[in-house]
Design a protein around this ligand. Sequence first.
Ligand code: PMP
Length: 427
Amino acid sequence: MTITTARLTTVDDLAVKPTRGLSGDPAQGLLPLARRADGLIGSVIDSSTSLLAAQSHDVVRFAMGAPAAETVPTEEFRRIAAEVLDSSSFTYGATEGEPGLIETVVDHHSTTPEPTRAERLVITSGGMQGLDLAFKLFVDPGDLVAVESPTYTNGSGTALGYGADILEVPMDRDGMDVDALETLVAEAGRTPRVIYTIPNFQNPSGTTLSEDRRRRLLDLAHRWGSIILDDDPYGGLRFAGAEVPGFRAISPDDPLVFSVRTFSKVLAPGLRVGWVDADPRLRKLLIAGKQTMDTCTNVPAQHIVERFVRQGGYDEHLAGLRAEYRRRKEAMDASIARHLGSRVRTTDPEGGFFLWVTLQGEDARVRTSRLFEIALAEGVAFIPGPALSPSGRFEDAFRLCFASTTPERTEVGLQRLARALDIAREE
Ligand code: PMP
């Protein structure tokens, strides 16, 4: 079968429900899909990778949340691979993770405000598998899951795959609006099983949840018996402002805090190595849950990550990333000011990869899913707002990743985006 990607030019091409027109009576030529398959809605974010690969013209990529290629220590990985990979790297590993990597994660956190222990950890295939395990363990069909709005829809999409009802909670510059959460829960007449939050430099808004709100969320979680799903891939990438204590620092060993971590944003996403840090009573369940998915996380990748962190230089690597991402974020701010000016309002992240842009005035009438098509033709890509909200809100907004493009490319991208906005306004 040949897969034609050339047709992929609109968000709808990426967002169409994969079961549509496929599920039904085999006697009618359809396939007997499970009802669960209906919850597999696909990810516009992830699919943008194939979409961009299919373009034959030059496109400035503000879409995917990937680290800058230049920051990935490729040579170092190559050298380490030659040193550490042996026959033990190519057989099945322990489901919970390679002992050396678990120990490395414990040691690395011993001097941080969030120390941990081996019995709390399971190495996962990226942060995504940690999210999948969390929803698999805690969500029954019809359960309520509270998410930030906008949110990382791969996370909310995973909850939908397990049959969750999603409660979208508005955000402001301090992160999830906890008053609004209480009101919405009272209106819903039932409490959430899981409160899904990305506390630092949130994907997609770039905002950070304030300490006061973290404490209030913990109180609510205990009042309601909810799990706080603390998804923090970007916390190490703060380049401005003061550190905010994490859930695990505020409430050590809290059985209701389930933390998902990944090396994807600070080392490389292609490694697919992350970990879950959770109540030790869950460990056997997590292992059982992971065994049905992939037996173990890629062993060579675990050995490479272990050595990279062990050999020292990890903290310098992080410091280098923070400096570079600050430079790139400032460059994006400057290009936005030059080319879009008062036509947009943006968030002001103190770390991470993303900023969130909301169209203003006359431009607010432009639908960003349409703007996406025009922008793609003009040679620039972003993620439109509705792809970052389970119910398709934020037609007037979009996410830009400032991390993966150089300041020079960012400037070109913003020029093209301004042109695309002019064209969209004329329609
Ligand atoms: N959570 C958030 C908030 C993310 O931004 C990402 C990556 N885009 C993930 C989880 C998934 O991380 P990984 O690539 O390690 O699976």
